[in-house]
Design a protein around this ligand. Structure first.
Ligand code: DOR
Length: 454
């Protein structure tokens, strides 16, 4: 069925797919030249060197995952840029934005350039990296805005994995006042986290949502948005996890400056069931909460309060996760499973393909103003996830490309899987295997615009 393609082909035709365009789902062919979509028509008028017969498949824009932790440098026993990006393309992700809590933390232009150099020739997908804010580096935070492959600044308001932290309003204000790019924020209130650490015992994973409670998240979002109103800085709030944060965001005068994302984990898992079933594997910061919060997150995606979906792929080894709850690290892998999980939601009638494209590609591109990416349209990069919507399959351990080697979703039958990933016109993953060598390049972000998704 799928034949005749090689990598780095100067021209490629993808024929007979159903194509998810911003305007609707259409039976059209896709003509690609020099990495860009040049034609959307059936039949195509141009001549193409290679051709893929994608009959029975659906073409979605390649997923742009705006939050992954790929652990390089310093924590390569969990993941590195090669293994993490291979997991990305295995899951139909063509662009990833990587977080700064590595070892050392990515807190200077030199360290960001080091990550870009490491990614060159080893990253399977296009990419950009975040610079981490500290209480000492505010003056450096605008230093990378000229660089392709710079995603923006990341602020941890509460302690999580690693040492990055901006706990108080004065330092937060200083960070927000420096530079123009949208600032990504992990919003948990550090003083409340410290208070809860002393008063709520850490005996089992079921304690996690109590030790990082809803008020911890709500308080941080409220503090952040007050500072956004004052500084008029555009921010992107990561992994929203509770109905209470949504209430703050919906009514705040700063809302035009604010975009927000949610993880597939928070959309599909709920407490206490996830902790009873998965133990420490389900522990992440901020925590998975009860069903009523999960349902509120879906409603907020639909009404635009939540702007996009990001995996927060946070791999730790099974050995690390096997420690007692109090000493086990927080985080779950997810870059390979975002699209299958959403396609399964589609198969069960809960989301449309248009919504999947919006939340995983179009909106991420709008939030970070990513050049040439986010939709299937003439002139855009040919970043495509070809999916078999009928395929019923349960993820097996041997298929996991993340070095951590596990997923919370193995063994669960899901309908709808990416079967081929195309990056700028080159087939990079097909039928469970990478094709050729890594060709990922830095993605170029731009200055933010207001009211994205509103
Ligand atoms: O659970 C988490 N894990 N939350 C974070 O904020 C960081 C991440 C990690 O890096 O492991």
């Amino acid at each position: 069925m799928l034949r005749g393609m090689n990598m780095n082909t100067p021209s490629l035709a993808i024929r007979n797919a159903q194509v998810v365009l911003p305007t609707g789902i259409t039976a059209t062919d896709i003509g690609i030249r020099d990495g860009k979509i040049v034609e959307l028509a059936r039949p195509l008028t141009g001549t193409y060197q290679d051709s893929i017969d994608a009959r029975g498949l659906t073409a979605l824009p390649g997923v742009i995952d705006t939050q992954v932790h790929f652990r390089e440098p310093g924590l390569e026993h969990k993941e590195d840029l090669a293994s993490g990006s291979l997991a990305a393309i295995a899951g139909g992700v063509t662009t990833f934005f990587e977080m700064p809590n590595t070892k050392p933390n990515t807190t200077t232009r030199e360290l960001l350039l080091d990550k870009l150099a490491r990614a060159s020739g080893r990253a399977w997908a296009d990419h950009a990296f975040f610079l981490g804010a500290t209480t000492e580096n505010a003056a450096l935070l605008a230093s990378c805005e000229d660089l392709p492959g710079f995603a923006g600044v990341k602020i941890f308001m509460g302690s999580s994995t690693g040492t990055l932290l901006v706990p108080d309003d004065d330092h937060l204000r200083a960070a927000l006042q420096t530079g123009k790019r949208r600032v990504a924020v992990h919003a948990e209130d550090e003083p409340r986290l410290r208070m809860l650490a002393e008063t709520v015992p850490a005996t089992r994973p079921q304690d996690h949502p109590l030790r990082r409670d809803v008020e911890t998240a709500r308080l941080a979002v409220a503090r952040l948005l007050d500072l956004v109103a004052e500084t008029e800085r555009h921010v992107h709030v990561l992994h929203i996890n509770s109905a209470d944060e949504l209430d703050v965001m919906r009514h705040h005068p700063a809302r035009r400056f604010v975009t927000a994302e949610v993880t597939p984990q928070h959309l599909t898992l709920h407490a206490p069931e996830c902790y009873d079933r998965l133990g420490n594997l389900a522990v992440m910061n901020p925590p998975i909460r009860e069903e009523r919060h999960r349902l509120a997150l879906w409603a907020a995606l639909r009404d635009g309060t939540l702007t996009c979906i990001g995996s927060d792929h946070a791999p730790h080894t099974l050995e690390e996760k096997a420690k007692p709850y109090a000493s086990a690290p927080s985080g779950m892998p997810g870059v390979q499973t975002t699209l299958p999980l959403l396609l399964n939601e589609h198969a069960e009638g809960r989301v449309s393909l248009q919504e999947i494209a919006l939340w995983t590609a179009q909106r991420p591109a709008e939030i970070y103003q990513i050049a040439g990416k986010g939709t299937l349209a003439v002139g855009m990069d040919a970043d495509i996830a070809l999916c078999d919507l009928q395929k019923l399959h349960a993820l097996e351990e041997r298929e996991i490309r993340s070095r951590c080697g596990w997923s919370p979703w193995t063994g669960i039958p899901m309908r709808g899987w990416p079967v081929m990933t195309v990056l700028r016109g080159s087939v990079v993953f097909r039928d469970g295997e990478p094709v050729g060598t890594p060709i990922g390049k830095p993605a170029t972000c731009g200055d933010p615009i207001s009211n994205v998704g509103k």
